[in-house]
Design a protein around this ligand. Sequence first.
Ligand SMILES: NC(=O)c1ccc[n+]([C@@H]2O[C@H](COP(=O)([O-])OP(=O)(O)OC[C@H]3O[C@@H](n4cnc5c(N)ncnc54)[C@H](OP(=O)(O)O)[C@@H]3O)[C@@H](O)[C@H]2O)c1
Length: 328
Amino acid sequence: MEILFKFIPYYLVHYTAYAIYIVLAIFLLRKISKNIKNNVTRDLSNQIIVITGANSGIGFETAKNCVQHGAKVVLACRDEITAQQSCLQLNSIKKKSTEFIKLDLSDSSSIRQFANIFKKKYSKLDILVNNAGVMAIPNRCLTKEGFEQTIGVNYFGHFLLTQLLLDHLKLSSQFRVINVSSVAHLAGTIDFQDLHFSKRFYHGMLAYFQSKIANILFTISLQKKFDDQKLSGLSVSLHPGIVQTNLFRHLRGLTKVLFKLISPLFNFIYNNSFEGAQTTLYCIHQNYFKLEKGAYYSDCQKQKRLNNCITPENADILWNLSMKIFGL
Ligand SMILES: NC(=O)c1ccc[n+]([C@@H]2O[C@H](COP(=O)([O-])OP(=O)(O)OC[C@H]3O[C@@H](n4cnc5c(N)ncnc54)[C@H](OP(=O)(O)O)[C@@H]3O)[C@@H](O)[C@H]2O)c1
């Protein structure tokens, strides 16, 4: 080593060592994040599945797999052009497998309209995948109902949608509600006094963290209601992994610059949408009795590590507050 330092400056050896550590860490991260693949499948040919935000990213890949396994899939999407394109693509895999019905989760009249159209067309609903989401909206803005946009779309919109589709879910023998949350919930907190950031400092990521906590609390309450009513339904939440999708489109300023700079690295380390859909697919395909009701999944397995805010008491508070807001 001393001979080495004679010829090469000390700092250069150190920096080279750091660079080697970083490269090794990246390879390790890639290995961990890329190795997750759902390996359980079942025939979905008698299943009717609604997937929100299925025109892109994780939602689209989820829909594709469901079609490949015979399901009838309804794409519940906001953007008509991309949703129609996705629909065409999926119907080319299997004819008449997919339909698009418009849904804007930031607008309760659109959610009600979606539910009415769906219920007129279909006799039951087997699986509802609450997948759509927004992240890092730069400036605080409100939905038509006055919800902060992030929690409005990610949580309140899905809450109302699920309530309106419940009668149809109950008509399926073993129905599932799958809520796509995020590991990002671990970084946040939920403030019941100010869910909409009207009094506290707004940051798009804080709003996102809170909305993803709400997704998990909702899952717990929903399962409790199913159990109390002795319904054969299950509700789970999940983290899909860190996935390169349009979710990052709202990033602004320095975060956006940094994101652009690390993007090539990001592409290399993190998952693509196919990989990002694996845990959702696990929750769709896994035997009904092998999934843990009300649990939170990641990497195709149940995860125990949850934010301290995830308690049955907070789940009750959020449920009651949401029921009251929508007059249910
Ligand atoms: N990507 C990740 O690293 C990551 C990590 C953890 C969790 N997640 C979660 O995974 C889910 C899917 O996200 P993604 O990564 O696949 O991102 P994405 O490609 O941006 O998909 C999000 C979907 O949500 C839809 N959406 C947004 N606002 C909507 C609204 N008001 N009404 C109806 N649909 C709306 C989008 O539709 P438009 O095309 O019309 O905008 C899009 O189809 C999200 O819940 C996200 O929080 C993602």
